[in-house]
Structure formats: C-alpha cells, structure tokens
Write a protein that binds this ligand. Structure first.
Ligand SMILES: Cc1ncc(COP(=O)(O)O)c(C=O)c1O
Length: 424
C-alpha cells in the first residue's frame, strides 16, 4: 500500500497554521529544519514538567530520573544508527558542533603541515570551514573533489584522487543539502580506508531520510543534527569509533568531562562524558530519542520512498517550465530536494512570491558557497520534502513557481533596464 502522508499530518500541530498571507502552509523547507510531532513536544514538555534536573551530579530523585532518561536517549541513538556501544555516541549542539569537535580534537592531534584533508565541492560550510580553520592552525591543505556534469561523482575519480592526494582525512556529505545528490558512503569509505584515510560523514541530510547504519558504513566519524530529524534544536550527534574517541583529547574543558582536577592539571573522564563538557542538552536529548522512535514507527524506508515520489513530481514539472534550471541530478540519484533557478529572476524574489502562496522554501546559497561558485550561480531556490508533505503541496509549489516566473521575469527585465547590474 502506498504511503499516505495525511495519516501523519495531524501529528504535527504547526502544519495546520497559515502563512502570513492567509494561505494554508505548505512547509517545503525541511532541509533547513523539520517540524516536530506532538510526541516530541510532549517528551520535552514531560521532562520539564515532571522530572527535570541536572544530570550525573545530583543524588536526588529528579536528578536520577533525568540522568536515566538522558542515558536512555543515548541508547536509543546508538540503536537508531546501529553503533556498537553507547560510549560512541556524543551529544553535541548539532552537526556543526560535531564536526568542529573532530577538527579540533582529532585534527589538532593527527594533522600537520603538508597533510591533506579531502572534501567534495558539494559540502555545507559546516564541513568546510572547520577544515580551513584546521589548515590555518596546522598548515594542512584542503582539497576538493569536483562534481561531474550530471551532479554526481564518479567512484573511479574518487579512488584516483584518494590514491594521488593520499589524504589523512576524507570528509564528505552523505547527501547534498543543495543538489540533493546521495553519495555512496560505504563504497567511498572503503576506498578511503584502502588509501589510508580516516573518514568523516556529514549525515545531516541522510539521517532524516534513510536508515543510517554506521557499522555498515564503517566510517570513523558521523555527524548529524536533531532539528533535521523532527527532534528539538540545540542537539546533535557525533558518532565516533571507540578507538578514535578514546585516543582523542577532549575538545571543550569544564564540568562533567573530568575525572579529577587539581591546581596543576586535570584527568579527563571516560567516554562519552569526556566530550560533553558543561551541562548537556538534557531535554533536547530526550526529545531527540522521541523523534527517533517516531521516525522508526513511521518507517524510514517508507519515508524515503514517499520523498522520492514528491521529488520526482516536482522535478518533472519544474523541468517543463521554460527558463527554469534544475540544479541537481535526476530524482533517482537524489533525496527529496529540488533546487532551481529561474532565468532573470532572483532566488529571493521566487521564495518571497511562494510565501504569498503559503509555500515555504529556502533561497540563497544554502551555506554552500563553493558549490554555487562551481556551478556559476550565486543563489538558488530550494524545495525540500518530508514525510508530511503531499502531492497537493507539490502542485501548489509548481503553480506558484510558474506565477513567479511570469511575474518577475517581466518585472526583472524592467528592473534590469533601470539597473544594469542586478545582484545576480
Ligand atoms: C549537509 C549539512 N551539513 C551540515 C549542516 C549544519 O547543520 P547544523 O546547522 O544543524 O549544525 C547542514 C544544515 O543545513 C547541512 O544541510
């Protein structure tokens, strides 16, 4: 039986509201952040209403109950990504914080002048800037794999670059937040390991939409964010193989991450506390676990299949509109993301027009400036789908894009005559 998003829409209270224009909301900005089902809102609220206290420290009922729920959230996360042990799960503020932790803790210890960090050109800034910063600290070099003409990357080229550049680290996204391309994580990880590289996967756009199995991927580090998988914001996950996490020094120092502190130094706590300095995101972790249970009950494979149907419908319809350029591969090679430009129309104008029709999308460089540069674009408009989106919303989106093109392609021509150098 085909997936029916209407079965789940009532679980998400926010979806019943309208946009400022009064039009019903079609929320197609899920790659930026998803919405939360009532089960997640209730889990967070229940924590604050019934048993919230700081964790790991108090010897009282509330602290013990909070600690148990927080550690249970870690176990749920371990199971969600099939990690081997709870101590491989580090709660962070999000993907960005997780990658920065690796760049500082692993990077400072393992990279030196002349070493190479290999990325793809499709990375989010969260998986670029920390490596530029590491390059400034250590003298290592950051190299990028280019995209092919079809917005994918050839395994052969990846293998050759890994052999010729001999990187210490290959850090890549499992799925692009702009072009939507899904990269073959297990294959590339194997190629990287064969070339002697350590592997970090940015799973921010994969964890919401597919079953992540870190043992099957065999990656050394995996990072993702709670707010993109129906969880609270302010929480994310760094998975690391135990052998790496044990060998790495702590990144942030403070309470919670120590075994002993003296006037002359400290000894760090065991994993995972070693990497969780300060009061951790307690209620967000509990909400994250509720989100994971929710997604597993819906079924991640079904969600992926449903997004594919929506993506294909949107992609096919947009390709038929004159002047619309899709930035990304064909739907069989990508997740539920359709990014596009309209000749002569700025991406922000498109998004603003769509908002008047109740359709929420993202416009800009999507924190992927090197990718846009490589495509000769300064900005694009992006629709991104999730389990609660419907084909009806896709139709409203496509109709609004047609209107935007008609309205602004004419207005844009008038504006260009007045102003010969528009922003993009
Ligand atoms: C592929 C990718 N990586 C990293 C991030 C950063 O995630 P966060 O802002 O939650 O740290 C994003 C967010 O859009 C993303 O799409």
């Amino acid at each position: 039986m085909s997936f029916d998003p209407n079965r789940y829409r009532d679980d998400f209270p926010i979806l019943s509201r309208c946009a400022a224009s009064g039009a019903p909301l079609a929320f197609l900005d899920n790659a930026a952040s998803t919405q939360r089902p009532q089960a997640v809102i209730d889990a967070v609220s229940d924590c604050y209403q019934r048993y919230y206290a700081n964790v790991h420290r108090g010897i009282h009922t509330l602290s013990e109950e909070s600690t148990a729920a927080y550690e249970q959230a870690r176990s749920t996360t371990r199971q969600f990504i099939n990690a081997a042990s709870d101590c491989e799960i580090i709660f962070t503020a999000g993907t960005t914080a997780a990658i920065n932790t690796v760049a500082h803790s692993w990077g400072n210890t393992n990279l030196a002048a002349g070493d190479v960090v290999l990325l793809t050109i499709a990375e989010h800034h969260a998986n670029i800037v920390p490596w530029h910063q590491l390059a400034e600290r250590s003298g290592c070099r950051v190299e990028f794999l280019p995209l092919g003409d079809d917005f994918t990357m050839n395994d052969q080229l990846v293998a050759e670059k890994l052999q010729s550049l001999n990187p210490k680290l290959f850090a890549f996204t499992a799925a692009s937040n702009v072009i939507g391309t899904r990269f073959p994580v297990a294959t590339w990880t194997r190629l990287a390991h064969d070339a002697g590289a350590t592997v970090l996967i940015d799973a921010a756009q994969a964890a919401p939409h597919e079953t992540v199995d870190v043992q099957q991927w065999d990656a050394d580090f995996v990072a993702f964010s709670g707010h993109k998988i129906c969880g609270p914001n302010g929480i994310g996950v760094l998975y690391g193989k135990q052998k790496w996490l044990e060998a790495m020094p702590p990144f942030l120092g403070g309470g919670g991450m120590i075994d002993r502190v003296t006037t002359t130094g400290f000894t760090p706590a065991e994993l995972p506390e070693k990497f969780e300095a300060g009061t951790p995101p307690i209620a967000p972790a509990i909400g994250l676990a509720a989100a994971m249970r929710y997604l597993q009950a819906v079924g991640l494979d079904d969600i992926a299949q449903h997004e594919h149907v929506l993506c294909k419908a949107a992609d096919t319809a947009l390709r038929e509109i004159p002047g619309v350029q899709i930035i990304g591969p064909t739907p069989d090679k990508k997740g539920g993301i359709v990014s596009f430009t309209i000749d002569g129309v700025h991406a922000h104008d498109v998004a603003q027009w769509l908002d008047t029709r109740g359709v929420a999308v993202r416009a800009g460089h999507h924190c992927a400036m090197p990718l846009h540069d490589s495509l000769g674009k300064t900005a694009s408009t992006r629709a991104s789908f999730y389990l609660y989106n419907t084909l009806d919303e896709v139709e409203r989106f496509v109709a609004a894009v047609k209107e935007a093109r008609e309205k602004f392609a004419r207005g844009g021509r008038r504006r260009r005559r007045r102003n010969p150098s528009p922003a993009s």
